[in-house]
Design a protein around this ligand. Structure first.
Ligand SMILES: C[S@@+](CC[C@H](N)C(=O)[O-])C[C@H]1O[C@@H](n2cnc3c(N)ncnc32)[C@H](O)[C@@H]1O
Length: 285
């Protein structure tokens, strides 16, 4: 692992964010305004075992990644700059691809819930669940849902093992998750999504455009993203196909991002037709 002090992110982007782009006063006020440990303890599942990739890496120049409170505090303020031309438009693009009328939606790696909230606003009658490994990110998500008066369930959990039965979800989403997971975890999460979905259920993934990232390797080196180069080199279509999804299609979103949609194939039953018995007295007319 590269020492974070040597990364371009640490050298150039971090000071830019700290001194220019982030409203430090607002962040401090948010930090001081609550007892983060007590609130994260309320959401924390003490039985969670964090995957190695999650605990051992820094993300975006933050030591300890999402298990560091600083990640949750700064995530929304930073992310708005990484989803050009406009974060709201990019996130809405995921919603634009939804074809079903879901009754239950699970948002995997929901983070601070920016996409999860949009899903609940678009489908107010649906049960909406956000699941994430970081209790701090979930505290921020719960704050946003409360402020927007949206009833969303937040689960501290691993997207590789979601505590719902098979075939119990109509729509599974994952936004900005897979550029941060190693391939083995991506494959396990996609298989888990397929297990959760009802037949014909939809999976929608919003993330960086793999083809654009492949052609702009310098971009992948700026951000402290330990798995983004493997993400860029791969194909979400192929990964979803390998997990068992059908009707997979990726569409570009503002050139820098992509939305991939796949369906859980309809389960089929082999139908045994009876051989018609022709009455002996039947004579063609
Ligand atoms: C870049 S953030 C994306 C957050 C949010 N979906 C969004 O669109 O802004 C990635 C999130 O995935 C979470 N994450 C990473 N691996 C996970 C896993 N195996 N299970 C659940 N959450 C995971 C991280 O904690 C982090 O909150």
């Amino acid at each position: 692992m590269t020492d974070s002090k040597e990364t371009l992110f640490e050298k150039y982007l971090s000071p830019l964010f700290q001194h220019v782009l982030l409203d430090q006063n607002a962040l401090m006020a948010y930090y001081r305004g609550k007892d983060w440990e007590a609130e994260s303890d309320r959401l924390r599942n003490p039985t969670i075992q964090y995957p190695d990739y999650y605990e051992s890496q820094n993300f975006h120049g933050i030591k300890g990644g999402y298990l560091n409170l600083q990640a949750a505090l700064t995530y929304d303020a930073v992310t708005q700059y990484f989803l050009p031309p406009n974060e709201a438009w990019v996130r809405q693009d995921l919603l634009r691809h939804i074809r079903c009328q879901p009754r239950r939606i699970v948002d995997l790696g929901c983070g601070t819930g920016s996409t999860t909230l949009l899903l609940k606003q678009a489908f107010p009658d649906a049960e909406v669940i956000g699941i994430d490994l970081s209790p701090y990110m979930l505290v921020a998500a719960a704050d946003k849902a409360q402020a927007a008066q949206l009833d969303i369930r937040w689960i501290h959990g691993n997207a590789e093992q979601v505590p719902f039965p098979d075939n119990s979800v109509d729509l599974v989403t994952a936004s900005l998750l897979f550029h941060e997971t190693p391939l083995a975890a991506t494959q396990a999460i996609l298989k888990e999504a397929l297990r959760l979905l009802c037949s014909g259920g939809e999976m929608l993934v919003l993330d960086g455009s793999q083809s654009t990232l492949r052609n702009t390797l310098w971009l992948t080196q700026i951000f402290e993203e330990p798995y983004i180069q493997d993400y860029a080199a791969g194909s979400l279509d192929a990964w979803m196909g390998a997990a068992g999804f059908g009707d997979i299609r990726t569409e570009p979103v503002w050139m820098l991002h992509q939305v991939t949609r796949g369906l859980k194939p309809l389960s089929y039953q082999r139908i045994q037709f009876e051989t018609p018995t022709i009455a002996a007295e039947w004579v063609p007319g």
